[in-house]
Design a protein around this ligand. Structure first.
Ligand code: PGU
Length: 399
């Protein structure tokens, strides 16, 4: 018999979100009359807005015509890559630095192949579980030890440090995962903080994978929406992003990664060239239909729809935040991000998760699922229908 991949055996628990779904199903089975509301997984709920949807429909229509048909498209539709560079990065990147993906999560998984099993990892704690679990899968992290995985440097982001980590903890020559607006805390790093991060990465010869999946939720004009607003970030940072949350494409699947040509490995080799090689080998591109939808999302009307949709979810976030504050629960996030990070000091977050489910029939996500520093916190997602969010907020009175 073939032996099991030992890296998979290193994973301590199942992936966080299926575990939450399992607990929800178990609760529903035991309480068949409960009207459960999910503020758990960050899954979009609102219909795709008409102009962007028309782009998707047009994409499908074109495939049924001789003139409009298209097949494999290597790194993605050139027009979309150009548009991404001009809309989000003032045309700073050439199209061969913009890689279209089927979503940020999928690209994070593939990007880990760039660095292999020997790379040192530094990660915000708490953070989106794919950074750590993916590192375990590639062998860059070892087995579970104490409260975390061996080989991972956890960078605690707590109320004490205003949810921005101590950069002195970052090891030399490491791969740093950084997400802003952050999932799960909702904290957004300001320009001075990101400048410090880039400076630390350069001086310690690190590469940053910057996850900007929630950048379209930033409303404060002083907050950077991309790491490339920071000088020299193009020498040390890869950025991943997605149409999932801003355009409602969680089920459509479309994202992108910026891999600047200026980033080099220790031996001087081009990271961009290696990424091109990897992507060409194991990825055959995002759906052409999704890419047509992406193009529609980035023209003037599409961008207005993105604004409208993100405004809607931010409206939900405000309701949740206000409801929690009214209950005397301290929280952050929810103003420039669709997540609210609520503090239940001294409590076990899985226990609080169970209590909220029991008393309010509201599904949340326990902070401990995002890393050791998430203990004592609960993440509330603002992705829901307004009526459900309003009802959930009312039920939070029972806490
Ligand atoms: N990056 C971050 C920081 C995310 O929070 C998510 C989704 C993604 C990437 C995924 O983007 P795609 O472009 O759709 O691949 N996070 C959600 C969904 C859970 C999951 O497993 O992806 C969440 O609830 O955290």
């Amino acid at each position: 018999m073939i032996t099991r991949n030992p890296y998979i055996a290193n994973l301590k628990a199942g992936y966080l979100f299926p575990e939450i779904s399992k607990r929800r199903r178990e609760y529903a089975a035991a309480h068949p009359d409960a009207k459960i509301i999910s503020l758990g997984v960050g899954n979009t709920t609102e219909p795709i807005l008409p102009h962007i949807n028309a782009g998707l429909i047009e994409g499908a229509r074109k495939l049924g015509t001789k003139e409009g048909y298209s097949g494999y498209q290597d790194e993605g539709m050139a027009q979309l890559r150009e548009k991404i560079s001009s809309v989000f990065y003032q045309g700073k990147f050439s199209i061969d630095e913009v890689f279209i993906s089927d979503g940020a999560k999928c690209d994070i998984g593939r990007l880990q192949i760039l660095f292999g099993a020997d790379v040192k990892i530094a990660v915000q704690d708490p953070s989106y579980p794919v950074y750590v679990d993916g590192s375990v899968l590639t062998g860059a992290a070892g087995g579970w030890e104490g409260t975390g995985y061996k080989g991972i440097t956890y960078l605690p982001c707590t109320a004490e440090n205003n949810f921005f980590p101590n950069l002195d903890l970052i090891p030399q020559n490491s791969l740093i995962y950084f997400c802003s607006p952050n999932n799960p805390t909702g904290a957004v790093a300001d320009r001075a903080q990101l400048t410090k991060l880039v400076d630390a990465a350069i001086s310690k010869q690190c590469i940053i994978i910057f996850d900007a999946a929630y950048s379209e939720f930033i409303r404060d004009k002083n907050l950077p929406k991309t790491i490339y607003e920071i000088d020299k970030a193009d020498t040390c940072a890869i950025e991943v992003n997605s149409f999932s949350k801003p355009a409602g494409f969680t089920g459509v699947r479309l994202g992108w990664s910026i891999v600047p040509k200026a980033i080099k490995f220790a031996g001087g080799e081009s990271v961009n060239a290696d990424w091109n090689r990897i992507a060409g080998t194991i990825f055959n591109g995002a759906s052409n239909i999704a890419q047509e939808g992406g193009l529609a999302a980035l023209d003037d009307i599409g961008l207005k729809e993105i604004r409208k949709l993100t405004d809607f979810y931010l409206g939900n976030a405000k309701l949740i935040r206000d409801a929690l504050i009214k209950r005397g629960i301290k929280c952050i996030g929810g103003d420039n991000s669709p997540y609210i990070w609520a503090h239940f000091p001294g409590r076990d977050s899985w226990e609080v998760f169970a209590e909220i489910l029991e008393k309010c029939q509201v599904v949340t996500t326990p902070g401990a699922g995002f890393g050791p520093a998430g203990q004592g916190f609960i993440r509330f997602s603002a992705f829901g229908h307004r009526a459900d969010v309003e009802e959930a907020c009312g039920r939070l009175e029972k806490l």
